[in-house]
Design a protein around this ligand. Structure first.
Ligand SMILES: Cc1cc2nc3c(=O)[nH]c(=O)nc-3n(C[C@H](O)[C@H](O)[C@H](O)COP(=O)(O)O)c2cc1C
Length: 318
């Protein structure tokens, strides 16, 4: 077994609940961590920006209390920093992350050595998300400790690489923490990610259909009702390709089969949003949603994933 940084020692299932714009909030993060997986939240979800300090205080206090009494200590939490050059909140949010010594920081959209250095200075761990092997190398060269390989079918911004190709190529030169992202909503897929060489499954869309997620009921239901046939890959909404639910595109009066293209230069985080206002009701969702059949609590979802993971493990031993 590969040696991972000790902060991961309290995890009871090798899953990181991925940070999701708008959707992830302290309630969801706390329940994920209590259930034994990493809970993560984009810093940009705390608005106004002063709320980030309060939210991290809340997460730390509730988890510290839990750890005093519970049999099983909580898993670490993570904050996602968008390191894209247009993110005008980055300096502020990084200061708050440093103040709270956030154990795991997930960086996206541009690896930044100075950000990695600042997090390492207090002992934090950085994982950077990438869609191909070239970006993975750059992230590690620039000082990230680990990578999140975002494969085809992931909800939100996603790549086009097969998970098999991506993990294989990264593992040929990198022995550090590696999470695999994209279309996982079943414990068997978590085991498969491990078998391929990843340390963690990175799961987002399945957590949209939880009681704690900050999403309208209709969005949660669309995740429950949907399958991979209901997911569209387009760059129209942010300038960068990602996966979105057809239903929300139709609700916005657009034809999902005939969407115009956009341009990566259109992407901006200047007003703290990843999408222009016109597209705020477009719902992100990955190809794995066929595995989601009901809205449940985050702890019930983690319990199901754990049971499926153990069952898949046992079935391979026969
Ligand atoms: C609605 C939505 C919003 C997302 N927002 C972010 C984000 O703000 N930052 C980020 O790093 N990744 C974001 N992601 C991508 C996830 O971190 C992750 O790669 C993805 O959810 C994993 O694939 P899955 O959804 O198929 O499980 C988002 C994904 C979704 C579905």
């Amino acid at each position: 077994m590969r040696k991972l940084p000790s902060l991961f020692d309290t995890m009871t299932l090798p899953v990181i609940g991925s940070p999701m714009f708008i959707i992830s909030n302290p309630k969801l993060v706390i329940e994920q961590c209590k259930a034994g997986i990493v809970g993560a939240m984009p810093a940009l979800n705390a608005r106004p920006q002063t709320l980030l300090d309060e939210w991290i205080c809340e997460i730390k206090e509730v988890l510290a209390l839990h750890d005093k009494t519970a049999e099983q200590r909580s898993a670490p939490f993570a904050i996602n920093l968008i390191t894209h050059k247009t993110n005008s909140r980055l300096d502020h949010d990084l200061d708050i992350v440093i103040k709270h010594k956030v154990p795991l920081v997930i960086t996206s959209l541009g690896a930044r050595p100075e950000v990695n250095d600042a997090i390492h200075a207090y002992g934090g761990v950085v994982m950077h998300d990438v869609i191909n092997n070239t970006f993975a190398r750059k992230a590690i060269e620039k000082g990230a400790d680990g990578v999140i390989a975002v494969a085809a079918g992931a909800g939100g911004h996603a790549g086009i690489k097969s998970p098999f190709a991506l993990v294989q190529e990264i593992r040929q030169w990198f022995d550090g923490p590696l999470a695999l992202s994209g279309a996982m909503a079943h414990g068997g897929a978590v085991l498969a990610a491990r078998a391929m060489g990843a340390d963690f499954a990175y799961i987002g869309s399945a957590f949209i259909a939880t009681e704690e997620a900050n999403a309208p009921q209709a969005y949660k239901q669309a995740i429950v009702d949907g399958s991979s046939d209901d997911v569209v890959y387009t760059n129209l909404f942010t300038g960068v390709h990602g996966n979105y639910l057809k239903r929300s595109i139709q609700n916005a009066g657009l034809d999902p089969a005939a969407l115009p293209s956009s341009d990566a230069r259109d992407m901006t985080f200047e007003n703290g949003e990843s999408k222009p206002k016109a597209w705020k009701d477009i719902w992100g969702g990955g190809q794995g949603i066929g595995g989601v059949t009901e809205v449940v609590s985050a702890s019930a979802l983690v319990r199901r994933l754990r049971e499926e993971y153990e069952a898949a493990r046992r079935s391979l031993c026969h």
